[in-house]
Design a protein around this ligand. Structure first.
Ligand code: AMP
Length: 612
């Protein structure tokens, strides 16, 4: 029998992930085994198995060194990045450098082991795949995964690699706000052209897309974002605030105790959520550090003050998309907020004020919209048909500029950010020195003018240039992004026709991916083994306790029999000379009580009385 293969959409978030599937002509957002529709993007390594989701998040305070979160802030990053070095200060788990890339070092099954960010992400994806497969009862292979708008090519490729390691085929990575826009557009059947700005603020990233939506066509006009701004940064501010307060009150520095810090962080996140609905939140942690109970509170105003600069910085990407797209604030028809951190009242207020008091759209589910849209996209990309999405078309833009490095270290952009894809751009360049015989083409991606501040994608050499004064040779350089977003850069010497090119792929090497697939399979087997062991133990345990209960029950019945028999003997002793009727009556009464009990105890008990 053919196994039905389903496609799903996964909103892969820094702190929470969500999976959706097109089923019965609508999108289902799938709950995990705990009944929750979003699952923490946490992975915890223990002595016996790898935990993912809620169970992993619950380990943060008890197993802090081996519980990993924030994979989005690790993936595709350079270990020596100053931003990255700063992030590391907040992680209780250990990060080491491996070929310039960050790896997580954790203790798993009693041994130290290094995990690439792709592997950590693959474990989260695997969890989301399992959630979907449990629900559907079939295997899942094809997937569309959301990413922050400002993820670069290597980060997107790393997500694809993580998908591969998890046994998934990533049809596409899609900007999270655009995924939400699909959900938004589908629900409303928009007639006429509408400019919709989607603002996504989650746990670690901020993404903004401005889209033109008409019927089923969604066109990204401009995107912007900050891969380094989200709810966790607000949590960090609260943690710092309370660390200082603790120091003032008790003259102790609790930062030396990772467990205490983790417990404080948990409470800070909880308080932050409460402050979205109330004006004050309480922190009550018994025996936080050196047996000191920490009971305190914070007001919403103070929380806003602590985060003032961070909150202010959310306006920057919004302003940028408007400037890049040449669209006035007043021409934005709809402002849609998604992501957990957009529940913060101050953020809502700031965005509304920026748009001169415009009301924000609240009709969309801010936690699920991106997974919803990704699932629609996945269903559509696999050639499935539904009248509801027959005209669906998403035109995407490149979020970062692409170009080459010039002699003085500047970046010469070929494809400017927010250019619709697919696209092709050709520019002529020339030599920088007299009789220069070769030219090195260094390809970069990013929005900074200095190439060093951008992401280096690759390089190649064009040789055999004929001797000529500088500036004379004509080299045509072409940047070509195809429908799947693949970038090819080529250079042709117009005089000789010599050419060279590079296709930017990035990501892990094939061998590395294969090794990680094998290891992930092994982790799965470990987990299966642990689960089977737990099931077998449960079965034995419950049988044992049932047995004990049955013995008790039998004891009670026997005691009851014993007591009626004893009563009858006493009566016989005291009534030596009663009449026939009385003895018969007594026997009937005794049988009425005893027989049902005997039946319960022995079933066909009459044999006992026949002497067999
Ligand atoms: P997401 O990845 O979209 O699920 O967003 C997760 C982030 O949203 C985390 O940093 C949460 O702490 C934050 N968050 C969730 N609910 C709230 C809330 N009610 N108020 C403030 N932040 C929230």
């Amino acid at each position: 029998m053919d196994i039905e293969v389903n496609t799903v959409g996964i909103d892969l978030g820094t702190t929470y992930s969500c999976v959706g599937v097109w089923k019965n002509d609508r999108i289902e957002i799938i709950s995990n085994e705990q009944g929750n529709r979003t699952t923490p993007s946490y992975v915890s390594f223990t002595d016996t198995e790898i935990l993912v989701g809620e169970v992993a998040k619950n380990q943060v305070a008890t197993n802090p060194y081996n519980t990993v979160f924030d994979a989005h802030r690790l993936i595709g990053r350079n270990f020596y990045d100053s931003d990255f070095q700063n992030d590391m200060k907040y992680w209780p788990f250990r990060v080491i450098e491996n070929n310039g890339k960050p790896y997580v070092r954790a203790r798993y099954k009693g041994e130290k082991k290094d995990f690439s960010p792709e592997e950590i992400t693959s474990l989260i994806l695997l969890k989301m795949k399992d959630i979907a497969e449990d629900f559907l009862g079939t295997s899942v292979r094809d997937v569309v995964i959301t990413v922050p708008t400002y993820f670069n090519r290597f980060q997107r490729k790393a997500i694809e690699d993580a998908g591969l390691i998890a046994g998934l085929h990533v049809l596409q990575t899609i900007n999270s706000p655009s995924a939400a826009a699909i959900a938004y557009g589908l629900d409303r059947r928009i007639v006429g052209l509408r400019h919709v700005l989607v603002f996504d603020l989650g746990g670690g990233t901020c993404s903004v897309s401005l889209l033109a939506i008409e019927e089923g066509i969604l066109e990204e006009i401009a995107v912007a974002g900050n891969i380094h701004l989200g709810g966790e940064d607000f949590d960090n501010r609260l943690v710092n605030h309370f660390v200082q307060e603790f120091k003032r009150k008790f003259n102790r520095d609790l930062t030396s105790n990772i467990r205490a810090l983790c417990r404080l962080r948990e409470q800070c996140e909880r308080a932050k959520r409460i402050l979205s609905a109330s004006s004050q939140a309480f922190i009550e942690i018994d025996s936080l550090f050196e047996n000191i109970d920490f009971h305190t509170s914070i007001t919403r105003t103070r929380f806003e003050e602590l985060n003032q600069d961070l909150f202010q910085s959310i306006i920057e990407p919004i302003d940028r998309v408007l400037r890049d797209s040449d669209i006035y604030k007043s021409n934005v028809d709809e402002i849609v907020l998604i992501g957990g951190s957009t529940r913060i009242p101050k953020i809502q207020r700031m965005i509304s004020e920026f748009f001169n008091g415009k009301e924000l759209s609240r009709s969309i589910n801010s936690d699920e919209a991106a997974a919803y849209g990704a699932a629609v996209r996945a269903f559509h990309l696999t050639g499935n048909f539904s009248e509801k999405i027959q005209d669906l078309c998403l035109i995407e833009v490149s979020s970062l500029s692409l170009g080459i490095e010039t002699l003085n270290g500047d970046m010469l952009p070929f494809i400017k950010r927010n250019t619709s894809m697919p696209t092709k751009k050709i520019k002529n360049i020339s030599t920088d020195f007299n009789n220069q015989s070769s030219i090195s083409i260094q390809v970069y991606e990013g929005n900074n003018t200095r190439s060093i501040e951008n992401n280096f994608l690759g390089e190649f050499e064009l040789t055999g240039i004929r001797p000529a004064p500088k500036g004379v040779p004509q080299i045509a350089v072409t940047f070509d992004i195809d429908l799947n977003g693949k970038l090819k850069v080529s250079a042709v010497d117009k005089t000789t026709g010599r050419m060279n090119e590079i296709t930017i792929i990035g990501g892990l090497l094939k061998g590395e991916i294969e090794r990680m697939i094998t290891e992930t399979e092994k982790y799965r087997e470990d987990r299966e083994e642990v689960m089977q062991k737990a099931q077998a133990r449960n079965a034995l345990e419950s049988y044992t306790y049932d047995l004990r209960n049955v013995i008790q029950y039998i004891e009670n019945l026997k005691n009851e029999l014993e007591s009626v028999a004893q009563d009858s003997i006493t009566w016989l002793d005291e009534n030596q000379e009663s009449g026939k009727e009385e003895y018969e009556f007594k026997l009937n009464s005794l049988e009425e009580i005893a027989n049902p009990i005997l039946k319960k105890l022995y079933g066909n008990y009459s044999d006992f009385f026949n002497g067999t």
